[in-house]
Design a binder for this molecule. Structure first.
Ligand SMILES: [Fe+2]
Length: 207
């Protein structure tokens, strides 16, 4: 049975939420004057910067483009969410730089990291919620079989570097953390619930 692309997007959101929880936990630690794991935080933010822009948003863009062509009433929301993708990338770039600078000794930037980190988590939560509440259900109602086939064909072979079948070396530390977390809390293992499409890796991630 062909994989439902909307189901795939929901699953990707679930994976992204898992990483965002990790970011929140590290920022909470920082706020309580504890010492967060800055390597884990940088890895998480870097994953969030790369994965959606290369794997997740291209699929959404294809769907939203088809949705717009069929139903112009969603234009405002589609435009808003597309703009928000760019705002999120910019926030992630700033957060990654802040973490790197703090790691290099500029501890005075911790309060800025906290402030922007909170804004980032709030923006992400609202963004994903709007997609799931408004645009995904609308696309499911409006798009036709041939639209979904086109979206599937164009997005085939794009794989998540962390939750897909091959873990890119850059994310090994983050992956190992998630494995331990899964073992401790009885959560599914990273990559355990992947669909058959994800076995065809064609994109590799490197900085
Ligand atoms: Fe999304």
């Amino acid at each position: 049975m062909p994989v439902n692309i909307i189901d795939k997007l929901y699953r990707e959101h679930a994976n992204m939420r898992r990483i965002l929880i990790l970011v929140r936990l590290q920022l909470d630690l920082l706020e309580r004057q504890g010492m967060p794991d800055f390597v884990l935080l940088a890895n998480s933010l870097y994953y969030m910067r790369k994965f959606p822009s290369m794997v997740h948003h291209p699929k959404e863009d294809l769907i939203f483009g088809k949705l717009l062509a069929a139903d112009s009433s969603v234009k405002q929301e589609v435009d808003r969410l597309r703009r928000q993708h760019e705002e999120i990338y910019a926030l992630e770039d700033r957060l990654i730089n802040l973490v790197l600078e703090i790691q290099a000794g500029k501890l005075e930037l911790c309060s800025k990291l906290l402030e922007l980190g909170k804004l980032y988590l709030k923006t992400q939560a609202e963004h994903v919620e709007a997609e799931e509440r408004v645009l995904f259900p609308r696309a499911q109602r409006v798009l036709r079989q041939k639209d979904w086939k086109e979206v599937r064909d164009k997005s085939a072979g794009i794989e998540d570097p962390l939750f897909g079948n091959k873990v890119t070396e850059r994310y090994r530390y983050l992956y190992d953390y998630l494995l331990h977390e899964a073992a401790d809390q009885g959560l599914p293992l990273p990559g355990a619930s992947q669909d058959p499409e994800s076995s065809s890796a064609k994109i590799s991630f490197s900085r």
